[in-house]
Design a protein around this ligand. Sequence first.
Ligand code: NI
Length: 163
Amino acid sequence: MALRNIRIDGDPILRKRSREVKEINQRILDLIEDMKDTMYDAEGVGLAAPQVGILRRVVVIDIGEGPIIMINPEIKDQNGVQIEIEACLSVPDFSGTVKRPRQLSVEFLNEDGEKVVLDAEDLLARAVCHEIDHLDGILFKDKYIKEYIKKGDKFVEGSERIE
Ligand code: NI
């Protein structure tokens, strides 16, 4: 198990665009394994490669149904709207609502280099959008609508964003 250091908001690498993966080599496979270890250790729902300092278009997500690895993910279709609370391992101690599509279709390569098209909704759709944003240097706090503050295991309303 190899844990990598999670980059925190303010680190300029989180603001850069990640490059496409051209070849799924051992370095990429090692990165994926380390990203899974790091995500589970931090009890996150998803992690994008730039969050561990690697500017490659690689994402791992687990909403409690097992890991999904996405290489070069692209959203192909989206429907509906949901506004739910998000958090991010790179933005500690902050949560806020974000507007996302309710359903989407995402195309990516798996670890074997096979093209996969996955239909996602609700939490999985949010996670896909949130992680792909990371690949483009976008953090959820850039687009949050209202802050929610965690008190114990509940969220209480905080302030709205002032543009
Ligand atoms: Ni995040």
